[in-house]
Design a protein around this ligand. Sequence first.
Ligand code: G6P
Length: 608
Amino acid sequence: MCGIVGYVGPKQAAPVLLEGLSKLEYRGYDSAGVAVMTDEGIVVKKKKGRLSCLSEMIDGGAAIHGTMGIGHTRWATHGEPSDTNSHPHLSNSGRFAVVHNGIIENYLKLREYLTKKGFEFISETDTEVIAHLFEYYYKGDIIETMIKVLSKVDGSYALGVLCADNPDSFIAVRKESPLIVGLGEGENFIASDIPAILSHTRDVYFLDNNEIVVINKDEVKIYNTDREEITKEAYKVDWDISAAEKGGYEHFMFKEIMEQPRAIADTVSPRIKDGKVVLDDISLTADYIRNINKIYVVACGSAYHVGVVGKYVIEDMVRIPVEVMVASEFRYCNPIADEKTLVVLISQSGETADTIAAMREAKRRGARTFAIVNAVGSCIAREADDVLYTWAGPEIAVATTKAYSTQLTAIYLMSIYFGQELGTLPKEKIAKYIKAIETLPQRIEKLLENKGDIQYIASKYFSAKSVFFIGRTLDYAVALEGSLKLKEISYIHSEAYAAGELKHGTIALMEEGTVVVALCTVKELFDKMLSNIKEVKARGAVVIAIAEEGHKEIEEEADHVIYVPKCDALTMPSEVVVPLQLFSYYVSSLKGLDIDKPRNLAKSVTVE
Ligand code: G6P
């Protein structure tokens, strides 16, 4: 996600902020900015593009004089990457400057409210409402103002705020988005991530939700929202810089696996209002949806696998036929697409060459395009008729995990929305599905807690020559992703098969010690999967089964069982994929491979 750095001390702030932000560049960003308290008030400088562009603009920081400031690297969510949308944001009078990570879910309502009160909005961001709220509620006491502002905003945030009336201190807070305080000698810092301040201090406070900090060069005071002062123990960071970049984990892939509950919550919660799915930016009308005769889902790699799950989900909820196609095929297959066809494009980067070409081909044929994209302002996001963003934040590991999971979530949201607008989904079902996706983060947390079991299983089979993934319907769709993940990062030959299709050829490959991962979470097909497990066991295979909690009978057939929490069938793929990601990760780690940068692969494939 975005990066935050704040500084107050004896040094010139701007160079310190630039240096701190440079330590956060690895996270990905599209613009950067700083706000510094100067003798003439708060000075803000910000620029789209690399940090070096900002640095050049302010002469490495030398162009702004002042010893306190806040800085930010932005990864666009609301509003495209641009100078105006980058942070810090100023209130209309220039008294407040704000940097923000996270998402303000009720920003549209607040924007409307503040506009009526006469505030002028300059950017398209959700963050700007915070700057204006500060201005609106400020009566001379910054802590009181912060408490008031927090009571008005919903969502996730890490905030750093400068107030021109307080030339020696600034204020910060967090909820659901990380923020730490760095404690120096005669200087103090805030940062969204440890690497930003590690060259200055190793003593930090990890802030908890809604803890408000007031920071000057000699002192850090922490308050709760009742304005009671809190004492906190400082933590000594003993990680080196490269471990710190990965949040203390060994690899980005693991960090991103662990970030999935948060990423899913960020994608879902702003879109659920009063028991309904609300897709503010989508212009598709119920009339248009009613006339759709066919939906294509078109994508590459893991995003294509999301489409395979999507076919089951969309057809079940919306009752419109869905065809899933890899983009490199779609563009050349003379697809039957016209103005009654909706083409859903799924892409993390929004820059995959084949997916872009497929989108243009679909448009050429008169079809309407609907993109599920992670990178705001990317080519697909700009050119598609509608965009539903997955707010996964930047993904650095080549093998996707949190982008895949949030894409699945976007498919659920889109399907519920269509079903809701068309009236094909009864109210009770809408409520049930919404509950299922809102509670998904907790269930994934639970799965992640049991990662040790998967590590143990991986330790037994990491030298396998070949691994098969089998499942039926939705489980088959997830098997495709499990198998791709394993081959991408462990270089083990792997195939995914619809379990019923095994006997038409692939079963010939089963022999003593072949590893089969059998996904058995589709309730009505559980017995069929037991038979498939028996078939492969009879040929000497070792079976790792994934089943829903409570299906104990599987222990008699499989060599190992990984249980996933009970949940609604259509959202089960989001759970099942997690142990498969962990399995691949641990296998690759045990083989000592370059997990984050596997051979021959690129994160974003921008050539055909
Ligand atoms: C590459 C990546 C995959 C990704 C695919 C599609 O192959 O390694 O992880 O699924 O491209 O990328 P996109 O950015 O369009 O989702």
